[in-house]
Design a protein around this ligand. Structure first.
Ligand SMILES: C[S@@+](CC[C@H](N)C(=O)[O-])C[C@H]1O[C@@H](n2cnc3c(N)ncnc32)[C@H](O)[C@@H]1O
Length: 197
């Protein structure tokens, strides 16, 4: 399954605008928590990295920082960050075996269709070392829809995410919820979960 072309074209066109969005306090805190859970000097992946803001932070913290995204323009920005190795790829191309100490998927997997989430979580579990850390950020709700910019979204209820993570062998460590205004100018509820493989 290829990345959704309309979604990726929005990110290609709005790369600078997205880069200029500031990180919220909650994002800053959960990034620091993720780093504290991963072993010092470990190898991490920013999965659907956008402009690579988090990948850059991971590199600054002394982690080996990998990042990928389907958007060519986003990958250019992520690659320009010191210490970040970034490449262009879709979620469905991602394959690794017990390689990563941590995988960070912040508001990226919500662009995959619901029918693919089980397969993608399974690939993430395989890519993590035993006890590896996984962060998953999603928008809360139900169904699938396009926003006013044309981006495709799948929305999840908290219980549904809990079931998915458990089924794929992840242990829920902690979560935060919130509501923020995104690139489309509307406010949306979200959940971010830290779990252990
Ligand atoms: C909301 S942004 C999040 C970016 C980054 N994780 C952050 O939190 O700043 C979603 C990213 O997912 C990427 N994306 C969407 N569909 C994708 C796919 N099928 N494969 C890889 N990346 C994809 C987009 O290009 C975009 O950069």
């Amino acid at each position: 399954m290829k990345p959704d072309a309309a979604t990726v074209s929005v990110y290609d066109a709005k790369t600078q605008e997205y880069k200029n969005l500031s990180k919220t306090d909650k994002e800053v805190k959960v990034e620091a928590k993720f780093v504290s859970l991963v072993k010092p000097g470990g190898t991490v992946l920013d999965y659907g990295c956008g402009p690579g803001r988090t990948a850059g932070y991971f590199a600054q913290k002394g982690l080996v920082s990998h990042a990928f995204d389907a958007s060519e323009e986003m990958v250019k920005l992520a690659s320009a960050r010191e210490g970040v190795q970034a490449w262009q790829a879709g979620f469905h191309d991602f394959e690794a075996t017990q390689f990563y100490d941590g995988i960070w998927a912040s508001f990226s997997l919500l662009h995959a269709p619901r029918r693919d989430i089980a397969m993608l979580l399974s690939a993430i579990k395989t890519a993590l070392k035993p006890e590896g850390i996984f962060y998953l950020g999603l928008k809360l709700g139900s169904g699938e829809a396009r926003d006013s910019l044309g981006r495709f979204y799948t929305y999840y209820e908290q219980d549904e995410v809990a079931d998915l993570l458990k089924t794929h062998g992840f242990t829920w460590l902690s979560h935060k919820t919130g509501e923020d205004v995104g690139l489309d100018g509307t406010s949306a509820a979200w959940i971010g979960i830290l779990s252990r493989a």
